[in-house]
Write a protein that binds this ligand. Structure first.
Ligand code: CA
Length: 423
């Protein structure tokens, strides 16, 4: 594994920054002077790559691709150009690299913006959104709560990554406030449902994989791995009481449609390459088209924290992406088996990432065991589900030798339900 790659941007050389030269994640930002534009995080700065392209320092083809405020046009160019851009950025920002930027005081001042002075926006246009249920510990925990430990895993679970088609329109950027939803609620002993604000509002800690190359028809696992451009943290906000009443037989619908938050920086598959790892041992042999052909999962430490309104932030769970039973490549390959076309900007949610221990659980449903075992925050208050004013934050980073590949935070504050659902 390579160590820290040094940059002339000094803040990028700290072991604590999320954004060393090894990372180079892609986002979209604006400042008080400039409209939304493509940028790359480096240390505590953002490099204005739209400006560098217009100045001729980055040239990926005959036409500009960084001039619009989303990264889909870069994805469209394909993996060779993705590698070319990453190499060029490394050259421009690396210590002892091309002095075209580092040696030009005026351009340097214009092209580097402090992250603290910028506002971040959606980094790509989400064309479609699919959510999976591919974490072994989460599926077992939830299945145990609803059906008992003998029937916890559905019979198909160890053979296919189960998923459902979500809503691209639900995907929002970290920092967007989340309004507690109304919906149909019905307890098991209630004679009829009622229409009220959700009382069991929850999160799901997930990774989102972004498809960078379109496909038509079935693709192999190796092709699927190649087609993934990068990853974000993803919080699949979930109303458990709405879900419990609506989910049979077609799966979640309104319970998952309020919002899905993503972190603001696309961490590329290339940056994560040193952290590839295998999926856990197979409990039953997978069919050939889903059988692992190499390490396609990633070792990424993940956490959830909860901060009550006006209170302190408590870490309530810690886990790792390597706990997933299926990799994003397996999910994508499975997604195409029917002939389903995939588009640039397709977003795949991994499913909730829980680990084996209580402290590794990636949802409040599991942490409080369906509300039966409330957990305690650092300030002594208890929680079973989200309360109004709570801020939930996901964090994630892969840890290398003297550096980290961080994702930035994925956060959202839950606002009280409206007095009437109709405004
Ligand atoms: Ca989910």
């Amino acid at each position: 594994m390579t160590g820290l790659q040094r940059s002339w941007v000094e803040s990028a050389n700290s072991a604590e920054t999320d954004f060393p030269l090894n990372n180079l994640p892609y986002g979209v930002f604006s400042t008080s002077n400039e409209d939304e534009r493509c940028g790359v995080a480096i240390g505590d700065q953002i490099l204005d790559v739209a400006l560098l392209e217009s100045e001729g320092l980055i040239k990926l083809g005959p036409k500009p691709v960084l001039d619009l405020p989303f990264w889909n046009d870069v994805m469209e160019l394909g993996p060779d150009k993705w590698a070319e851009l990453r190499a060029r950025l490394t050259e421009l920002l690396g210590k002892g690299g091309d002095p075209a930027l580092s040696g030009n005081t005026e351009l340097r001042a214009a092209a580097l913006v402090l992250q603290a002075d910028a506002k971040l926006h959606m980094p790509f246009v989400v064309s479609e959104y699919t959510d999976f249920y591919a974490g072994r510990h989460h599926a077992f925990n939830v299945g145990t709560m609803f059906r008992g430990p003998e029937n916890a895993l559905p019979p198909n679970w160890l053979h296919i990554p189960i998923g459902y088609n979500g809503r691209a329109s639900s995907v929002v950027l970290s920092g967007t406030d989340i309004r507690r939803p109304w919906g149909q609620l019905k307890g098991p002993d209630d004679p009829r449902p009622r229409f009220e604000p959700s009382e069991r509002f929850d999160i799901e800690l997930e990774m989102g994989a972004i498809v960078g190359t379109a496909s038509e028809g079935p693709i192999t696992l190796d092709e699927a791995d190649q087609n993934i451009f990068g990853y974000v943290l993803l919080n699949d906000w979930s109303a458990r009481d709405i879900q419990a009443w609506e989910y049979q037989p077609l799966g979640p619908f309104q319970s998952k449609a309020t919002a899905t938050s993503i972190s603001p920086w696309i961490v590329t598959a290339a940056a994560l390459d040193p952290f590839r790892c295998k999926t856990p041992p197979r409990e039953v042999e997978l069919l050939a088209h889903l059988k692992d052909t190499g390490p396609m999962l990633f070792d990424i430490d993940l956490s959830i924290s909860l901060q009550p309104e006006g209170g302190t932030d408590s870490i309530i769970a810690e886990t790792n992406y390597n706990e997933m039973y299926y990799s994003a490549a397996q999910q994508l390959a499975h997604h195409t088996t029917s002939g389903c076309a995939m588009n640039v900007g397709d977003l795949l949610g991994s499913g909730t990432i829980s680990g084996p221990e209580k402290h590794n659980r990636g949802s409040l449903l599991e942490l409080s065991w369906g509300g039966k075992e409330p957990f305690t925050l650092d300030d002594g208050t208890e929680r079973s589900f989200i309360e109004d004013g709570d801020t939930l934050t996901l964090r994630g980073a892969a840890h290398g030798d003297g550096y980290r590949i961080g994702f930035g935070a994925c956060e959202g504050t839950v606002l009280p339900a409206l007095k009437s659902p109709f405004g």
